[in-house]
Design a protein around this ligand. Sequence first.
Ligand SMILES: Cc1ncc(COP(=O)(O)O)c(CNc2conc2O)c1O
Length: 374
Amino acid sequence: RNDYRDTWVEVDLEAIANNIKAVKTLQGKDVTVMAVVKADGYGHGSVEVAQKAIEAGAEFLGVALLEEAVELRDAGIQETPILVLGRVNPQDARIAQQYNISVTVFQIEWVLEAKKHIACDERLDIHIKCDTGMGRIGLTEEHTLLELLTIIRSENALNLMGIYTHLATADEWETEYLDKQLEYFQAFVDLAKKTTGSIPYIHYSNSAASLRYPGHNYNMIRFGISMYGLVPAIDTAPDIPVSLEPALSLHSRLVHVKKVKPSTSISYGATYQASQEEWIGTVPIGYGDGWLRKNAENRGEVLVAGERCPMVGRICMDQMMIKLPREVPIGTKVTLIGSQGHQEIKVEEVAERLSTITYEVPCTLNSRIPRFYQ
Ligand SMILES: Cc1ncc(COP(=O)(O)O)c(CNc2conc2O)c1O
């Protein structure tokens, strides 16, 4: 068990389903939704999210690592295609084949090495990755694409199922770089189609492109952050045309409540002194859970009894302190992300005070915090 402590994450799977339905309505029935569930479903739980996403109409799954794809297959997700978006080691291509997992290919040497390991009488589904400006992985030259297509065509175990690219600036207001990426991608797609005929899946859109530029996303979108109800970027949030439902909330319960005298110090470094008689609560969560110290640096708040309460003093590894509006009983619920009454603390608020992006907040909440699903 990992739930003796009263600190937990709640994942609202209906929110996940509603976010998928919203993007499917926007995209129309001809566009396949790939639910991106890498990094344990962006911290929400990959298996539970994947199962709900499929139920809600997702027909493809995306992960970062081969082991994440194997985990989904071992959890019983046998039919839905799964694409590993990162580079699988070529000597593991046989594992991918055995588990019917699709792999990302963009290197000639990869295919030449993988051929030595796969069974020639079984299929390995391949999506070719083009680097049109993300500068991470992917081919950049047309001759590489042509060579890959030739090798894939010569090996009947290798089955070209897709060609794709990833966008670097789809969540920004400026579209110049995005337009350039799409121009390069279109050239690669045209060349591939001319050389090898039609390709089942052509895809480039992440959440930002899927929501902000619906209508021309080719025939599959790779839907990650906004499936979890979070915006890709806080500044372009107004440009998201659907109301996203956040799926994750984070809660705990007070383990200690005390009234302190004026100038009493709180936590390591005695950096906080009570300015008057104050009620101080202790909450059993800390940076050992991925609730980072920076949350308390600039008066970050949590909810208690429907009211905003500041975190005071340094966050410890396993505990932190908050200033209460009045005496409340030990065991009173504390909401660090989510709603109490009319008050809400969104992931976006936490991301802003940590000077980071929405993605990092749920991913940082580690497995010491149990997840519960509604
Ligand atoms: C190749 C690829 N496709 C789709 C997605 C989904 O993007 P979205 O979550 O914005 O919808 C990601 C997310 N990749 C990352 C998200 O944060 N850092 C990343 O590397 C990705 O790397």
